[in-house]
Design a protein around this ligand. Structure first.
Ligand SMILES: [Zn+2]
Length: 389
């Protein structure tokens, strides 16, 4: 049976449609448009969301955990807990993100994650309360010692196609993103090899000079990870990788907009540099997300969480940000519209992962992953794959 959603407004997000109707059939959007223009199927169930706004479901391409669970636990139960939390915050799909750990532990985790993702695809996809994993984001182990943040120094690895292939095989090819420091010896060959497999290579945790960053981009890197955090500082005579990230229009870049990782005025500066089409919102969320203050784990180490700040030995260790709050923070910090802000959490990350025709957008033929929200960006309801509870 078809379902028709009505709302005051719909953001595709490239277009804004007032007095909107959206038709769902078999989990797919079959039509969108203004109420009087869309032919409504006979016998359809109609739900009127009144003054609310329909947007695509959000996509978090960098998240380590939530609801007390860490992706590195590698179990179906931990992903389930994280996925339930994500749906409550408007996220319908995501990339479970690893942290640098001992190689044998990493391989075991990757195999478990691959199995959990596969099980989900074959059995559990019809769960309206859980976000869907899209594939794994490897944050490490090919990171700069100088800009490793909290990634344990002893487990960082030289950039090696052989090591990457071991991880690729363990993950059964379910790797979607790789964050890498392009200045590492062997990194350029690895970037080329990995990007040719359709994986998004993102530069980050890096001390690269401008020339080294440009070489990484030429080799195939197309994105940047948590801009300004764990990077060589921007200097007017030594711009480093930030010089490339902020000016290269071929590169998209993400940011943790929680008001802790980057000052609001620098968020504004970043968004002016990247534009509404080049910026992506991430959470970098850890297991403490959605939980009270206390001590939590991120991979193999402990993190202290106090008043929205996650620290390990005095260094920032991820966040407790949720993606819906990131959207509202962009509206507040940079005076951007809901339409532009939501784009950075929907269409733009879908483009990073090259899944745009199916996800990140409301259009006929796309998956019916939908958020119902207020004009202020507060999530009222999340619909995963067209399923309404
Ligand atoms: Zn990081």
């Amino acid at each position: 049976m078809a379902t028709v959603l009505l709302a005051r407004q719909l953001l595709t997000p490239l277009e804004r449609i007032d007095d909107a109707a959206l038709v769902i059939e078999d989990g797919i959007i079959s039509a969108i448009g203004s109420r009087d223009a869309v032919p409504l199927p006979a016998n359809a169930r109609t739900i009127d969301f009144g003054d609310s706004i329909l947007t695509p479901g959000m996509i978090d391409i960098h998240i380590h955990g939530g609801a007390g669970h860490d992706v590195m636990e590698g179990s179906g139960e931990s992903l389930t807990a994280i996925e339930r939390l994500l749906v409550r915050h408007g996220v319908t799909s995501y990339c479970p993100t690893t942290v640098t750990a001992p190689m044998d532990e990493t391989l075991t985790t990757l195999a478990a994650l691959a199995k959990a993702i596969e099980d989900r695809e074959s059995h559990g996809s019809a769960d309206p309360h859980r976000a869907r994993p899209l594939g794994i984001h490897l944050e490490g182990p090919f990171l700069s010692h100088a800009r490793r943040g909290v990634h344990p120094s002893m487990f960082l690895q030289p950039a090696s196609t052989e090591i990457f292939n071991r991880m690729w095989d363990a993950a059964e090819g379910r790797i979607r993103m790789l964050t890498i420091a392009p200045e590492l010896e062997g990194a350029l060959d690895l970037i080329t090899a990995v990007s040719q497999r359709g994986v998004c290579v993102s530069i980050g945790h890096s001390n690269a000079t401008l020339a080294q960053a440009n070489a990484g981009i030429k080799a195939g890197a197309c994105h940047a990870t948590h801009t300004f955090n764990a990077m060589r500082r921007l200097d007017h005579r030594d711009p480093g990788l930030l010089g490339a990230i902020l000016t290269d229009r071929s590169l998209t870049a993400d940011m943790v907009v929680d008001g802790v990782h980057v000052e609001p005025v620098v968020v504004d500066l970043f968004l002016r540099a990247k534009g509404v089409d080049g910026a992506v919102l991430i959470t970098d969320g850890i297991s403490a997300t959605g939980m009270p203050d206390g001590t939590y784990r991120l991979g193999s180490f402990e993190v202290e969480v106090r008043a929205g700040r996650c620290e390990s030995h005095g260094k920032l260790a991820g966040s407790v940000l949720t993606l819906d709050l990131a959207v509202r923070n962009v509206m507040a910090f940079a005076k951007m519209s809901l339409q532009d802000s939501i784009r950075m959490a929907t269409l733009n990350p879908a483009r990073v992962l090259r899944i745009e025709p199916r996800k990140g957008v409301l259009r006929a033929g796309a998956d019916a992953d939908i958020v119902v929200c207020s004009p202020a960006g507060e999530v009222q309801r999340t619909i995963v794959g067209g399923m309404l509870q």
